[in-house]
Write a protein of this length. Structure first.
Length: 492
């Protein structure tokens, strides 16, 4: 499917309480095709009243017997139905994502649509497997009385889910699938750059049979709509994926309100190559770790540590991959890397490359914009061979920019890898299991990969150490994030 096939069907309104709607004040903002810089659509710019309407709908749906008291198997069935609908409408959703986000159509199909279907099906299964425990208490009063005690997990309530623009559909599903499996209701705010697939997802959930108000999608700006959603008194739990900077603001508000909060934040993930590695595998792996999704990945392998003796060989190998990468529209089958998401983001990435150069980094590959109209940045490799780390070694770029650093012994590489405020992901590349496990032990990161990078699965917990976040998504861990424990104590 290409653009012409579906643009007339693009939904451009919010979806609240089972209906499409505009913002109360009629205000809208533009969303763009990042490959060309042209406007695709205008979507509602939600204000306080719109957020209030969405939270009120979610609260009403949460309190209603139709949702909270629905048998878990019925919730499971609805989620499976939604997975089927996402799959059936996969070509349209993938094309919409490529049009609005810029990523390669193949990745939109495989990851945004395929991943969403996989997560929805996995989380559907949890609906029927949420359980508590039975406890034997030691209470001795009054004499002769015994106690039967148990715990049960109850839904956390109304969830505010706020997501970024790098994997718009998949990030939305990472939030809504477990929240709905647990019996919560949701108000989802997609990123202002990429709201289109989230709106369509809400419509498909309606078609699947989710009651009105159970899943609402509001479009708007972070500082207004997002902030209003986070501080709304009708919200019980906030789940946020985005930058550490905004995560701190949201965390403070939630602490003040004593709301439950999960934060998936930024990263500066190290890729540590050991001297026994298979060089070709390490080169391809390190290139994929940083250039996948144009570097717009929270776990992007953006810091590369290479033994000094192999530095030139490995860095030149990755630079070759960068130089040979074909930039273009995500709809073009020949394209290997699409644009960044927005003009603003391209300017930020370009300024960080310029800063790296100004501070003495050597640009080994890329550094330019490929002379194109859209928001392109060439895949870039910067060598930082001096002892003084560049700013770009510390700060998240969130673009296709790798900084490579030589090391003399592994402990030095691990210390450098850990000298970061972030701790989201890391990878180590070696053929020796004992050496791999030593690095796994020592690296401070929520996920450590060995001879691979960026691999995620619905069964595998995911989240950050340090400033990369609080809490874990996926697997059994996610059930705790969307439920509260209720203890029951019965005297007999
Ligand atoms: P962002 O600026 O933090 O925005 C994320 C979301 O928060 C957007 O929907 C944004 O709305 C909203 N927002 C902004 N300010 C807000 C506020 N004051 N109150 C409430 N909501 C607010 O991040 P981004 O640039 O979109 O995404 C890139 C970042 O996400 C990177 O740092 C990346 O590492 C991180 N990320 C983390 C993970 C993970 O799982 N750990 C996964 C993917 C991405 P607007 O769109 O209107 O600004
Ligand atoms: Mg933003």
């Amino acid at each position: 499917m290409d653009r012409q096939d579906f643009t007339h069907t693009i939904r451009t309104q919010m979806f609240v309480d089972g209906r499409f709607c505009a913002s109360g004040n009629g205000r809208t903002f533009a969303v763009f095709n990042p490959a060309t810089g042209t406007e695709i659509a205008q979507v509602p710019d939600a204000g306080d009243a719109d957020i209030d309407a969405a939270v009120t709908a979610a609260r009403r749906a949460f309190e209603a017997d139709t949702w909270r008291r629905m048998p878990p198997a019925e919730r499971e069935r609805l989620l499976l139905k939604l997975a089927d609908l996402v799959e059936r409408n996969g070509d349209e959703l993938a094309a919409l994502e490529t049009l609005n986000q810029g990523k390669l159509l193949g990745f939109s199909k495989m990851l945004e649509v395929g991943g969403s279907v996989q997560w929805l099906r996995y989380m559907a299964g949890w609906a029927t497997k949420i359980e508590g425990s039975t406890l034997d208490l030691s209470l001795a009063f009054p004499p002769g009385v015994r106690y039967n005690a148990s715990t049960r997990r109850v839904p956390a309530g109304v969830v505010a889910a706020i997501v970024p623009w790098n994997f718009p559909l998949l990030m939305a599903v990472w939030k809504i699938a477990p929240a709905l499996a647990c019996g919560c209701t949701v108000v989802l705010k997609p990123a202002e750059e990429t709201p289109l697939t989230a709106i369509r997802l809400a419509e498909l959930a309606h078609e699947a049979g989710f009651p009105p108000g159970v899943l609402n999608v509001v479009t708007g700006q972070g500082e207004t709509a997002g902030a209003a959603l986070v501080r709304h008194a009708g919200v019980d739990k906030v789940t946020f994926t985005g930058s550490t900077e905004v995560g701190r603001i949201i965390g403070k508000q939630c602490a003040n309100d004593l709301k439950r909060v999960s934060l998936e934040l930024g990263g500066k993930s190290p890729v540590i190559v050991l001297d026994d590695c298979d060089p070709q595998r390490a080169i391809e792996g390190a290139a994929g770790a940083i250039f996948f999704n144009h570097g717009q990945v929270c776990t992007a392998g953006s810091r590369l540590y290479v033994p000094r003796a192999r530095f030139d060989e490995i860095v030149e190998g990755i630079a070759q991959v960068a130089r040979n990468t074909v930039l273009g529209s995500g709809f073009d089958a020949a394209t290997q890397m699409g644009p960044l998401v927005s003009a603003r983001h391209r300017a930020k990435v370009a300024s960080m490359i310029a800063q790296g150069r100004a501070e003495g980094g050597e640009i080994v590959a890329g550094g330019g914009d490929g002379n194109r109209a859209g928001y392109f940045v060439e895949p870039t490799v910067i060598a930082n061979a001096t002892n003084k780390p560049l700013t770009v070694v510390r700060e998240e770029v969130f673009g296709p920019v790798l900084v490579a650093m030589p090391y003399d012994d592994v402990d030095e590489a691990i210390a450098a890898a850990n000298a970061s405020e972030y701790g989201l992901g890391a990878s180590v590349w070696t053929n020796q299991l004992d050496r791999a496990l030593r690095v796994v032990d020592a690296v401070q990161a929520g996920t450590v990969w060995v001879n691979t990078h960026n691999m995620v699965d619905p069964a595998l917990p995911f989240g950050g150490f340090k400033a990369s976040g609080i809490g874990r998504e996926h697997g059994r861990a996610i059930i705790d994030a969307y439920t509260e424990t209720k203890s029951v104590c019965i005297a007999y």
